[in-house]
Design a protein around this ligand. Structure first.
Ligand code: SF4
Ligand code: SF4
Ligand code: SF4
Length: 310
């Protein structure tokens, strides 16, 4: 048992700590990075995380839900850290980023497949770094003698071709929305989504003037407002199926969201199967489990769906 436990909240972060004889476990939630989606709350095996919705004020934009974590239930396993698509939760042991479920190989990592080809990038382009809705793209331009260009506008257009370019993406926080792939010059970014799914808005059920889902969606373009029917519509191309929109939607059946596949490193464990059961749609999970030969977990999904055991 810990000698001391601590929970602290500031405007920017929520921190939980267990202080033991030789070890100090710490969980930090970066409130600026958190979008109030459903992923951690659904996946936490201890049900330690809950979302607190803000009451809607008429005439004001909807606000993302707030995450609260129960220190009495959290055991610092690291599952929330692994699964947060936005990299908002970090767990450390004695100051080092360490995830016990990954160490024990009982849980997989998400596969963030982000390929960058800087050779296809015209050094004068300004749109690419501005394309990321989460500001995760950093472009460094170097002069032929190796100096960093601080202000691109100070370099005459004709000389920009001679610049060397380095492109960095803050991968741990990238939810792989693919917006940059479409907005950067062709061939520069190649992104594969790690959460697949389906989103559908039954606009006939949306109250007139409601844009709550759009107000909280962190990915520009995943939802858009149509001037034609004055309703919000999704764009599957960029949606990462995080569920932040679903959390704030005031009408139960208006917004349908399903996660159908999560791309992860290989693993076969009960902890992962349980998290998957809560995150993704039962039919798709049963496919993954059956493919892996996880008969016990597959049977439990079957039971829930009312199917007969094979
Ligand atoms: S995939 Fe989306 S979040 Fe990731 S770097 Fe590109 S635009 Fe940003
Ligand atoms: S539209 Fe997609 S990306 Fe935007 S909040 Fe909803 S699930 Fe997340
Ligand atoms: S889906 Fe929900 S939040 Fe979005 S416009 Fe319709 S009712 Fe409002």
């Amino acid at each position: 048992m810990p000698l001391k436990t601590l929970k602290q909240e500031t405007a920017n972060a929520l921190t939980l700590e267990w202080i033991l004889h030789v070890k100090n476990y710490k969980l930090t939630l970066n409130k600026g990075y958190c979008v109030g989606c459903q992923i951690c709350t659904l996946a936490c095996p201890k049900e330690a995380i809950k979302l607190v919705k803000h009451p809607k004020i008429q005439g004001e934009k909807a606000k993302k839900a707030k995450v609260d974590i129960d220190l009495a239930k959290c055991n610092f396993c690291g599952i929330c850290d692994i699964l947060c698509p936005y990299g908002a939760i970090k767990i450390s042991v004695n100051g080092e980023h360490l995830l016990s479920v990954v160490e024990k190989e009982s849980f997989p990592q998400l596969v963030r497949d982000i390929q960058v080809d800087a050779s296809k990038f015209p050094a004068g382009d300004m749109k690419c770094e501005e394309s990321c809705p989460l500001n995760l793209i950093y472009i460094t331009r170097l002069t032929p003698d190796g100096n960093i260009v601080k202000n691109l506008k100070s370099i005459p257009r004709k000389d920009r071709k001679k610049l060397q370019v380095k492109i960095d993406v803050e991968k741990e926080r990238c939810p792989c929305c693919r917006v940059c792939e479409f907005k950067c010059p062709e061939g520069v970014m190649h992104i594969r989504k790690f959460i697949h799914g389906k989103i559908f808005i039954h606009t006939n059920k949306c109250p007139e003037g409601c844009t709550d889902c759009l107000d909280v969606c962190p990915i520009t373009g995943a939802l858009y407002y149509s001037d034609e029917d004055k309703k919000v519509h999704p764009d599957e191309m960029f949606c990462i199926y995080c569920g932040a929109c679903k959390v704030v939607c005031p009408v139960e059946e208006a917004l349908e969201l399903k996660r159908t596949k999560i791309i992860h490193t290989p693993v076969s464990s009960g902890a992962w199967n349980k998290a998957l059961e809560k995150l993704a749609s039962p039919i798709e999970i049963s496919k993954e489990l059956k493919a892996k030969g996880s008969q016990k977990a597959f049977s439990s999904v079957e039971k829930r769906l009312g199917w007969k055991s094979a």
